[in-house]
Unconditional design. Structure first.
Length: 214
């Protein structure tokens, strides 16, 4: 990658927020209304990293006749009812305060209509110059990331994506965007970080190397 990235791109769930409990509550609410048993541990892992439509199709895979009802319920219920179960990652706001004047910042998430209300709820919206959601493209589609690069007219090696899932890793490999793994040591990444202080240190190291080489 370039010594000094210009654009930081963040996943949302698992990176900006610990949202597993909220996702579990949300999807179990829908499953209860369609008469299906609660999420299994494997299903919880799946819904944590995929788009809403992909999740509901997966959850109704054994009873596809329930899919239409599940989709309808998802349109009628607001995810904001579950925001209280979301936990903002430690050090995130302090990192964004530091990064905002130094970098372009974007989001690439498999969330849909809940993304901006969620950011508004936690008063984070103003930090992001671009918010890409699965309403545009799911992260299984390279355009989810390419559209962000095009918006800023940034080459892939001048961006840095921070994610936590195999979906994120695959997207970055396809688009040739350098990848930082957040709290997941099982992914191939430039570095695995567990706190936003580590991301700040990583970027400061890159900036120092860039200044030295200039």
């Amino acid at each position: 990658m370039s010594l000094h990235p210009k654009l930081l791109i963040f996943d949302c769930d698992g990176v900006l927020f610990d949202s597993k409990l909220a996702n579990e509550k949300y999807y179990n609410y829908i499953l209860n209304l369609i008469g299906r048993h609660p999420l299994t541990p494997e299903e919880l892992d799946f819904v944590h990293v995929h788009s809403l439509s992909q999740c509901l199709e997966y959850l109704c895979r054994e009873k596809p006749h329930l899919l239409e009802k599940a989709l309808q319920i998802s349109k009628e219920i607001s995810y904001s009812l579950f925001f209280d179960y979301m936990i903002m990652e430690d050090g995130l706001r302090e990192f964004l305060d530091w990064a905002y004047p130094r970098y372009l910042i974007a989001i690439c998430t498999n969330r849909t209509t809940s993304t901006i209300p969620l950011l508004n709820h936690f008063k984070l919206t103003h930090y992001f110059q671009y918010i890409g959601t699965a309403l545009d493209y799911p992260k299984s589609d390279p355009r989810a990331l390419i559209s962000i690069l095009d918006y800023f007219s940034i080459k892939p090696d001048l961006a840095l994506y921070i994610g936590d899932s195999q979906v994120d890793e695959n997207l970055c490999k396809t688009c040739h965007v350098p990848f930082i793994s957040y709290k997941n040591p099982n992914l191939q990444a430039l570095r695995v970080i567990h706190h936003y202080n580590e991301l700040k240190s990583f970027l400061e190291e890159r900036a120092m190397s860039f200044d030295t080489s200039s």
